[in-house]
Design a protein around this ligand. Structure first.
Ligand code: FAD
Length: 552
């Protein structure tokens, strides 16, 4: 049977649409990563029955078409290449877009719902799902679950893994299962089942039990991590709770297809304000961070002098995002700071945000923070922006400069390959100059911005990536940066996940034993490797290298 006939047969079994035309395939060959892979087909499934049919069909046809596989895609904003692949892409955003139920405490929603459509519904209930990423206007909740996304509020609330209560997932046998935390008794019942589901529970439980200490010790010692499979969160001998959702969250669709999500929600903060700290020197950064964290801010973000300068340099580009009126407002607001900066460009700008029920309570917290940081005053300047509006200019720089980098800047493109590293905050004063030295050595035009409180930084060089000389820099630079991060006991990804870009570095981070355990996880769930190959434990740098983006 030809590939076309095979897809025609599959299309006949679906209520949704299946495309194999060049234009559609090309459209789905990119996400927000620096990679490109052309799929052979794109499917918009109508419902779970379609998905079950696809999984069963692929399982059968895999014998005759060994490269056949299924890659889920929701918003397509993955920066690690998680949502692209060389076989079937399943687009959840068209039909899996229902918000079933929202209360002040929980929400049940389909994975293709865009976060920007979800948040207004939760806010109507005075609630929020606080792990939204900086791509909140572009991404879906399915992608957030599958990448274990985090963002500016993760310092206070934690990442997506903390908010997933229940999932529906289609496993490799083509059936849909409800996954939620189980008591020991419920787990025993599951393990006694003589079917694929029972086998998964039994094998995963045995795997964790027989490697219990190794797995618990493997948990990265950082406050944010999206690498590997989070086995350490699945089974706890003391509480005797077994929670398989924790393995699916962050697994990038490599273990199954998520069809339904129940989130826990938290009350939405009513007011917020920011203390802005311009640091002339970063020698004391570690102590500053500790002092700030002791005040339990809602968010604690930061960006370096390069980001600031880029923001000024590319000021013009902002108008596309905030309009001319916004530009004028921003310009006027920035003017005093620009004048102040002539006294010396600060090395680092810290945004320390507090939230509360009244503006007065917020202003008090902002002021108390200022007072506590005054001893650093000889090398720092402060601005108290006790309302959201006053602090907006800095948040625009923080959020939009990152977004802006995605767009073409002259002849250069964003190259996210060291885009999400995490280093325990106490090491930042040593780490930041060292990482900057590596960036300078490779002559990368790159900003350092990110989540200070978590030591999670997004470094996204602008490169002429289509040039071989530039591509040749990727591997050695990545090795130097990743080795540096690991030497400080960090993680290679706080939020953006492994995908194709970091999967092949997992062994360097976890060592061969834990990597072997991760591979067993993949094999237990997906013995035929039908779900999102070339990612995570199945990633291979040679394959990744062949797919570095050439077309823009
Ligand atoms: C400008 C910009 C800023 C960003 N900032 C952040 C940030 O602050 N924090 C952060 O965490 N990330 C960030 N990202 C990365 C990305 O936007 C997020 O991780 C987001 O949550 C991905 O959602 P998505 O809907 O676009 O997912 P997609 O790109 O569609 O998919 C992401 C992964 O999930 C899998 N997947 C999708 N749907 C399903 C499903 N139904 N079942 C199983 N697997 C599925 C895909 O196969 C893929 O591996 C940023 C990206 C950009 C472009």
């Amino acid at each position: 049977m030809s590939t076309e006939d095979m897809y025609a047969e599959l299309a006949g079994q679906l209520d949704g649409e299946l495309y194999i035309d060049d234009a559609t395939r090309e459209q789905y060959s990119h996400d927000a990563s620096m990679l490109e892979v052309l799929p052979t087909a794109v499917i918009m499934p109508k419902d779970s029955n379609d998905l079950k049919s696809i999984v069963k069909f692929v399982t059968r046809q895999k014998l005759f078409f060994p490269d056949l596989s299924i890659t889920a895609r929701s918003g397509g904003t993955c920066m690690s290449g998680g949502s692209i692949n060389d076989s079937i892409i399943i687009d959840f955003s068209k039909y899996f877009s229902s918000i079933h139920e929202v209360t002040p405490k929980m929400a049940r929603v389909q994975p293709g719902v865009f976060y920007k459509d979800f948040e207004p519904k939760t806010l109507e209930q005075g609630a929020i799902m606080p792990s939204y990423p900086a791509s909140r206007d572009l991404c879906t909740v399915g992608g957030m679950v599958s990448n274990n996304a985090g963002g500016e509020k993760s310092l206070q609330y934690g990442k997506t893994e903390k908010f997933v209560q229940e999932l529906r997932v289609i496993f490799a046998d083509g059936n849909e299962y409800v996954i939620k935390p189980l008591s020991r008794e419920q787990l025993d019942d599951k393990m006694a089942q003589a079917d694929f589901e029972g086998e998964i529970y039994k094998k995963i439980f045995d795997l964790i039990e027989s490697n219990y200490d190794t797995i618990k010790a493997a948990k990265p010692n950082v406050s944010k991590d999206s690498t590997g499979y989070h086995l350490w969160n699945v089974w706890d001998r003391e509480t005797e709770v077994f929670d398989l959702t924790q393995l699916i969250v962050g697994s990038q669709g490599t273990l199954g297809l998520v069809t339904d999500i129940t989130f826990r929600l938290v009350p939405a903060p009513k007011h917020s304000g920011t203390l802005v700290m311009f640091l002339r020197k970063t020698d004391n950064l570690g102590e500053v961070i500790n002092d700030v964290l002791a005040h339990k801010p809602a968010t604690f973000e930061g960006f370096d002098n390069y980001t600031l300068m880029l923001s000024f340099k590319l000021f013009f580009y902002f108008h596309k995002n905030i309009g001319w009126l916004g530009m004028m407002k921003l310009g006027l607001q920035l003017l005093p700071d620009a004048l102040m900066l002539t006294r010396g460009i600060p090395k680092m700008i810290l945004l320390i945000e507090f939230s509360g029920d009244t503006t007065e309570a917020v202003a008090e917290k902002v002021h108390a923070m200022h007072e506590a940081l005054k001893p650093y005053g000889h090398e720092a300047l402060f601005e108290e922006d006790e309302t959201e509006e006053k602090a907006q200019k800095f948040w625009i720089m923080r959020r939009e400069s990152f977004n802006l980098l995605r767009k073409k800047v002259k002849d250069k493109h964003t190259a996210p390959f060291i885009d999400d590293l995490v280093v325990p905050p106490e090491h930042l004063p040593q780490f930041l100059p060292e990482v900057r030295a590596i960036l300078n050595k490779y002559k990368f035009l790159a900003t350092i911005a990110g989540h200070m409180g978590d030591g999670n930084f997004h470094i996204i060089p602008l490169m002429e990536i289509e040039k071989q000389s530039e591509r040749d820099k990727l591997e050695p630079a990545m090795k130097e940066v990743n080795d540096l991060v690991l030497s400080y006991g960090g993680s290679l990804s706080g939020e953006h996940n492994d995908g194709m870009i970091r999967g092949s570095w997992l062994e360097a981070m976890y060592g061969p034993e834990v990597m072997g355990i991760f591979k067993q996880v993949k094999n237990i769930f997906d013995p035929q490797n039908i779900f999102n190959p070339h990612k995570k434990t199945d990633a291979n740098w040679d394959y990744t290298k062949k797919h570095i983006r050439q077309h823009f």
